[in-house]
Design a protein around this ligand. Structure first.
Ligand SMILES: Cc1ncc(COP(=O)(O)O)c(C=O)c1O
Length: 411
């Protein structure tokens, strides 16, 4: 047998993506390019850790060791012990496991979710509602911030679970997770947060200062697609949704994809090591870009100015006269100019209806399809990104909906 080489886990700087041509990629909230250190570690794991981690022979142990190292790395990112980490196929499955694992086998009770959840939480919650659960939404204000007083009042009648998205993917709102956790814990109600957009951007905390359950997805922070984790207090009675094996301490059956898990672990280690510095730089660039966008007539910010994801800009884009433009047409136009952005949450990008998130925030109906999301990362080129606002002007002018003279006045 070949001698075992340790998968590389030493983080290299967060600005190193494994793929070329990402200088104008401004859709990090949809998916981030693979980090070079992640790609290397996964490559080693593919070739060396291919055994079944449940097997008790040497090949199995090599895979199991690599997987348990990754579990430690994920746990370290969130500040918990590794027995809190259940690997899943991504954020969607983590949300399903939190919700259905905790609730589906119980008699129907009461479930509270925020009005601005990602569909990967809103839709399974709605399904529980159809199965007899009393599903209530917690309102948000015009910036997407949770109404804490409403939550307090709603919890007086008790609930089985509260779920609030930590960093809103479409409008960037950062929820006050510690304050929400205080309220939930005061009422002895477990608190889940979809933290898919938070990991690698802001520090995460659980337990007394945060959620009891947290969903993560590796591809949002320079890890691979197809792997995520539900991080949950092992004391919670979580029943598996997938049956057929005792993997993941009985919480999720199925042979684990060790190379993907190794990649996720390295992405967590890189984030822990470099994210705060990298996000400070990204945040400064985001601020300059945002300022330049908001100088132009017909562009307004959605979500809070300060309490938002550091890499994230969300705009309503219209003509200088105040007519809303179609966000999807703008995305196509910017794509032709070499910029990748999104017209809202990427998972809803195939749909063309009003954004439910903008609706919940009270954005008037004609504007609910004119959202544009620009989400940066350490891979972008500053020079290139700062060309985005003038490029957007050109795209607006070419769309035929904007009088060129109006735009010329703004630049
Ligand atoms: C907030 C949020 N939750 C969940 C998901 C789904 O994660 P995954 O793609 O890993 O299933 C996404 C993906 O866009 C997301 O932004």
């Amino acid at each position: 047998m070949q001698p075992h080489t340790e998968p590389q886990t030493d983080p290299t700087p967060a600005s190193v993506p494994a793929s070329p041509d990402v200088t104008g990629y401004c859709d990090g909230s949809a998916s981030a390019p693979l980090h070079a250190a992640v790609a290397t570690a996964m490559d080693v794991a593919q070739r060396q850790c291919w055994g079944n981690p449940s097997s008790i022979h040497t090949h199995g142990s090599m895979a199991a060791e690599a997987m348990e190292r990754a579990r430690l790395q994920v746990a370290a990112l969130v500040g918990v012990s590794p027995d809190w980490v259940t690997f899943t196929s991504g954020g969607t499955e983590a949300n399903h496991l939190a919700l259905e694992g905790l609730l589906a086998d119980r008699p129907a009770g009461r479930l509270l979710i925020s009005a601005v959840e990602h569909p990967a939480m809103a839709l399974p919650a709605r399904r529980l509602g159809q199965a007899g659960w009393k599903l209530e939404t917690i309102p948000v204000d015009g910036e997407g911030l949770l109404d804490l007083q409403a939550l307090e009042v709603q919890l007086r009648q008790g609930a089985d679970l509260v779920s609030v998205i930590g960093g809103q993917s479409e409008v960037g709102t950062l929820q006050p997770l510690a304050a929400i956790s205080d309220i939930c814990h005061h009422h002895a109600v477990p608190f889940h947060s979809d933290a898919v957009q938070l990991a690698g951007k802001v520090p995460l905390a659980m337990g007394r200062q945060g959620p009891d359950l947290l969903s993560l997805s590796a591809h949002k922070f320079m890890g691979p697609k197809g792997v995520g984790a539900l991080v949950a207090d092992p004391a919670l009675p979580l029943s598996p949704r997938l049956l057929g094996g005792s993997q993941e301490a009985g919480r999720r059956a199925g042979t684990q994809p060790v190379p993907l898990i190794v990649g996720m672990g390295v992405a967590c280690a890189v984030s822990l090591d470099t994210a705060s510095e990298a996000m400070e730089r990204v945040g400064q660039l985001r601020d300059r870009l945002l300022e330049d966008c908001l100088k132009r007539p017909g562009m307004t910010l959605t979500g809070p100015r300060l309490q938002r994801l550091p890499h994230h800009i969300s705009l309503l884009v219209g003509t200088p006269q105040g007519e809303p433009l179609d966000g999807r047409a703008l995305v196509r136009g910017l794509n032709r100019e070499g910029f990748s952005v999104s017209s809202g949450s990427a998972c809803a990008a195939g749909q063309s209806g009003d954004s439910p998130v903008l609706t919940a925030m009270g954005i008037p109906s004609p504007w609910r399809r004119s959202g544009l999301r620009i989400s940066l990362g350490p891979w972008v080129s500053e020079t290139r990104v700062l060309q985005l606002p003038s490029t957007l002007d050109r795209v607006r002018r070419e769309s035929g909906l904007v009088r060129a003279t109006d735009l010329r006045a703004s630049s």
